[in-house]
Write a protein that binds this ligand. Structure first.
Ligand code: GLN
Length: 244
């Protein structure tokens, strides 16, 4: 078995080591004898979505998002077809915002891909910056990470990635974080997300393999004792505390 990961615009969207997520996906495949390769795309590269099994769209500053926004129009239809065909995507922070309709900044609206019906408005007062802890239906371990965003995202009737145990989440008040749409996870969690939350990495790998090979896949278990202990510790430490 083999997985091909497409990393979209690592030169522009790579805040706080989002690239670490790719290394985690690759390693967890290789440790199980699953071949894994990554193709990095720069902003003017053609993307053949039919080659890809997992796409990572990372986070960026408003300036970088603005640069990417124009180019997204060229790939909108093929990206949307990939998503509707159950293509796996992990979109972090700025990348999560770009999957939606728009992200409003002081300089005007950054138009998104409009693949998921969600809007991101500008937080006029302060950025949402802190550690974050979630409970997610997709996995059994608590999900832990770090968030740093100005945008406040309204996911409307879509399913969230998780319930906020500590932190701000999508908008600081809904109590929810991120979005799950088909095989897409959008989230504000940097950290990077996947090395800290190996069950989320395996969720993506499993969905990608099942889509590619058209049969149920059970991944060989790996030893995640350290991550399990760390996340349980963080969960207990932050549960019941009020975020800044
Ligand atoms: N520029 C966006 C915001 O501040 C996303 C930032 C990020 O990717 N960390 O809301």
């Amino acid at each position: 078995m083999k997985i091909t990961i497409g990393h979209l615009y690592p030169d522009l969207l790579n805040l706080y080591g989002d690239r670490g997520n790719i290394q985690c996906l690759m390693k967890r495949c290789q440790w199980r004898g699953i071949e894994a390769e990554t193709i990095c795309y720069e902003i003017n590269d053609e993307i053949d979505f039919s080659k890809l099994d997992i796409i990572l769209l990372g986070g960026g500053s408003d300036r970088e998002q603005m640069l990417v926004c124009d180019k997204l129009k060229n790939i909108k239809t093929s990206f949307q077809t990939y998503v509707e065909d159950n293509g796996v995507v992990i979109a972090i922070c700025g990348g999560f915002q770009l999957l939606g309709n728009y992200y409003a900044t002081a300089e005007g609206n950054i138009e998104g891909l409009g693949i998921i019906d969600l809007d991101t408005d500008r937080g006029t007062d302060y950025r949402l910056i802190d550690n974050i802890v979630l409970e997610s239906d997709l996995v059994s371990m608590p999900v832990v990470g770090f968030e740093n965003h100005g945008g406040r995202t309204n996911i409307k009737n879509n399913k969230p990635f998780g319930k906020v145990i500590y932190g701000s989440g999508n908008d600081g008040k809904s109590g929810y974080e991120g979005v799950v749409y088909k095989n897409v996870i959008g989230t504000y969690l940097h950290g990077p997300l996947l090395p800290k939350n190996p069950e989320v990495a395996d969720y993506l790998i499993q969905k990608a393999l099942e889509r590619k090979y058209g049969e149920p896949v059970v991944l060989k278990a790996l030893d995640d004792t350290e991550e399990k202990e760390a996340n349980a510790y963080i969960y207990n430490r932050f549960k019941g505390k009020v975020s800044k």
